[in-house]
Design a protein around this ligand. Structure first.
Ligand SMILES: *Cc1c(COP(=O)(O)O)cnc(C)c1O
Length: 476
């Protein structure tokens, strides 16, 4: 059979709320051209993130009812702990309320001024937590990973030669950890090969640097290894996953990704001293060591989801559905990262909107256009998210200007995705009319979440006139 079907049937549905294009224009203005500020009921297809947006299975919902809410020693914790141990092979398991809570704990302990954390690409919260500790994050993505339009099987790999060079320059003792993000979320959801992980392990061992995995999408990465790496075509995914984690000293995980949970995360590791320090911090900021900021029912849902995500019928459907949308984009000439990643389609906004300079945030302009045209919510992964300022307040742009259409797990059907493709292509055909944006207000860290923007043509006085015209003059 040629058609790969959704490997589930639907037991419960949620309505989608429809809006008109005229309504969405006003909504966008009210939200200061930042879709993070839009009410979710004003979104038709929400591709903002695949994080915490999965549809849970009937087994997970049954698990929710069985959650043991005991403060200490909950039986749900032990089921959760067993699942994490089995999958990662790591003996010390610490629950947290999400991935960034795990990051906050580990980098508070290992970070600090004068320290460097090397990675293929640090995710935004990972980098923010590293920098907040006073340390620096260094991204060492391989050459293929920097060429958006050129397909390669493992574009998430670390450049091992560059890693060795940085270790020499900075000194191994100043590098508390190397972090491999699987799949590489900020670099297109591209996978890392087992061979690359092994090579990094070797470098880490030689330099006595711990290797951690940012494991948010471990199952998607493992399935890519099965599909693309020599010698794994007949290896069951759980075995690939075990091998992947066997090279690491620890991991951080957001259970909101490859565990189909709506909330949750964990830290797992092999070193007892480090785990003890983490647990001491955990008790102060998250909760007791057997719940870590989660309810017993969440631990139960995560434990079940961690096994479900390794089902190969699911993974085949998952990877194929991202490829389906990517291929529609490619066929229409829309510039996207190739090949398709594991959880999202990434549009190359610099190539999509060459007339908008990077300091006018072409990615964000495209995000707004997709919303206005079809009510699709996406996210910019470019200079709004990662841009910095130099001493003269001039923008230091990000390496790439991307727009991510993240596909929630088990949520949307093929016709939803066909609609998304239509909207994307419609915007592409009108791309010359799109305008850049300027920032009105921003936070010192992770500014993309809350920033307020306005179209470049409405700078200064004209914005007031615009507001009057659209009846929005009460806006702050
Ligand atoms: C989502 C994510 C995180 C952070 O996890 P949260 O649960 O959102 O705090 C860290 N790293 C990667 C690669 C992610 O995708």
């Amino acid at each position: 059979m040629k058609t790969i079907i959704e490997p589930f049937r639907i037991k419960s549905v949620e309505p989608i709320y429809f809006t008109s294009k005229e309504e969405r224009k006003i909504i966008l203005e009210k939200a200061f051209y930042n879709p993070f500020r839009i009410h979710a009921n004003d979104v038709l297809i929400d591709l903002l993130t695949d994080s915490g947006t999965s549809a849970m299975s009937s087994h997970q919902w049954a698990g929710i009812m069985q959650g043991d809410e005991s403060y200490a020693g909950s039986s749900s914790f032990f089921r959760f702990e067993e699942a994490v141990k089995k999958i990662t092979g790591m003996p010390l398991v610490i629950p947290t309320h999400q991935g960034r809570a795990a990051e906050k704990i580990i980098f508070s302990i290992l970070g600090g001024k004068g320290k460097y954390f090397c990675s293929n690409t640090l995710f935004d919260t990972t980098r923010a937590n590293i920098e907040f500790s006073g340390a620096e994050g260094i991204d060492l993505i391989c050459k293929e990973g920097r060429q958006a339009g050129v397909p390669a099987p493992f574009k998430g790999n670390i450049d091992v030669a560059a890693l060795i060079k940085v270790i020499k320059e900075k000194g191994a003792k100043n590098i508390p950890m190397v972090i491999i993000t699987v799949t590489n979320n900020s670099g297109g959801g591209q996978p890392v090969s087992m061979q690359n992980i092994k090579a990094v392990r070797k470098v880490c061992t030689e330099n006595k640097i711990p290797l951690f995995i940012d494991a948010c999408r471990f199952a998607e990465n493992a399935y890519f290894i099965k599909l693309r790496e020599k010698g794994y075509a007949h290896t069951p995914v759980p075995e690939i996953v075990n091998e992947l984690f066997s090279y690491a000293d620890g991991c951080t995980m957001s259970a909101k990704k490859d565990a189909f949970a709506n909330i949750g995360g964990f830290l797992a590791m092999r070193d007892l001293d480090l785990a003890t320090q983490c647990r001491n911090l955990l008790i102060m900021t998250e909760g007791f060591t057997t719940y870590g900021g989660l309810a017993g029912r969440d631990l139960e849902a995560i434990a079940i989801g961690l096994y479900e995500v390794m089902d190969e019928h699911y993974l085949q459907y998952r990877i194929r559905s991202i490829e389906y949308l990517t291929n529609k984009a490619i066929a229409a000439g829309v510039p996207v990262i190739q090949p398709a990643g594991g959880h999202a389609v990434y549009i190359d906004a610099k190539a999509f909107l060459p007339h908008i300079p990077v300091d006018q945030y072409p990615g964000q302009a495209l995000v707004c256009a997709l919303y206005e045209q079809g009510g699709i919510r996406s996210v910019e992964i470019g200079s709004l998210m990662f841009g910095k300022y130099d001493a003269r307040k001039k923008l230091i742009p990000a390496a790439m200007e991307l727009v991510r259409l993240a596909i929630p797990r088990r949520v949307y059907t093929q016709s939803h995705i066909d609609y998304v493709a239509e909207v994307m292509i419609e915007v592409f055909n009108k791309r010359n009319e799109l305008k850049g944006l300027t920032i009105l207000e921003e936070a010192p860290t992770l500014r993309h979440f809350t920033a307020k923007l306005q179209p470049i043509s409405m700078k200064g006085k004209t914005i007031k006139n615009f507001r009057k015209k659209s009846g929005l003059n009460t806006l702050k």
